[in-house]
Design a protein around this ligand. Structure first.
Ligand SMILES: O=C(O)CCC(=O)C(=O)O
Ligand SMILES: [Fe+2]
Length: 238
């Protein structure tokens, strides 16, 4: 496994660590998710889907020990600790079978204080929907709820359209994050990013997006979401 380039992370707001997970480990998770999707495995909490419905799972680690183990996989701990300058608490997971094509956003709008470890479970490029990131945008403005309330600059704007506007004002080109199976993209929760277009419709893009906050972060707003430490213990912020 490669090591995190913390200077790049701080400068660009993101950095890739190559080869964090083996091909075998990735294939195992992909097989687990394909089996769940196909109904070959059942799991309480996982809603069966139609064959053509590949919508992501959200917080699968709440009901699936496999997802929980991936959230606190030991090789993620050191790079996360460096980025957060604190011990990491896992707080959210999203599993994608296909590219999300999600509009531009900043994760901290939804998850205060967070950062991300985005795990490629297969090779990812512009064909199957690479993420697009705006390097350096994490040093700029974070749009928050108050920007959208009465008197806020973006009152009555659509959220993604407001981030599009922020992106234009930042005037920094977007970079497709093309990575290989087993690589992990660490990125700052203020970074402007989106799920890029899927160049080859119908292609798979298995990936797991994990989100973390620092153990001492005390502004966490999702009070019913457990904070999962790397030793497996869980707690709620009151
Ligand atoms: O995987 C994607 O396309 C988007 C993921 C994302 O927005 C995130 O992990 O925060
Ligand atoms: Fe995101």
């Amino acid at each position: 496994m490669d090591t995190l380039d913390i200077e790049q992370y701080e400068r660009e707001g993101w950095a890739v660590v190559e080869g964090v997970f083996s091909g075998e480990e990735c294939e195992e998770l992909v097989a687990h998710m394909l089996d769940l999707h196909a109904g070959k495995k059942s799991l309480e909490g996982f809603a069966p889907r139609e064959a053509d419905q590949l919508q992501r799972t959200h917080n699968q680690h709440w009901y699936d020990p496999v997802a929980r183990d991936w959230l606190i996989a030991p090789p993620l701990k050191e790079p996360l600790t460096q980025c957060l300058d604190d011990e990491p608490d896992g707080i959210q997971t999203m599993y994608f079978w296909v590219g999300s094509e999600q509009g531009r956003h900043q994760d901290q709008y939804y998850l205060p204080g967070c950062m991300s470890a985005w795990i490629a479970l297969m090779d990812v490029d512009e064909d199957n929907g690479a993420m697009l990131v705006q390097s350096g945008s994490h040093k700029g403005r974070l749009l928050t709820g108050s920007d959208f309330s009465e008197g806020g600059e973006f009152h009555e704007w659509d959220y993604n359209a407001a981030v599009d506007e922020l992106c234009t004002r930042n005037a920094i080109p977007e970079t497709p994050v093309c990575v290989q199976r087993g690589d992990v993209v660490f990125f700052d929760g203020v970074l402007v990013h989106r799920g890029g277009p899927i160049g080859t419709p119908g292609s798979y893009r298995h990936s797991l997006a994990n989100h973390y906050i620092g153990h001492s972060f005390d502004q966490w707003t999702h009070s019913s979401w457990p904070r999962v430490s790397f030793d497996g213990s869980q707690r709620l912020t009151s």
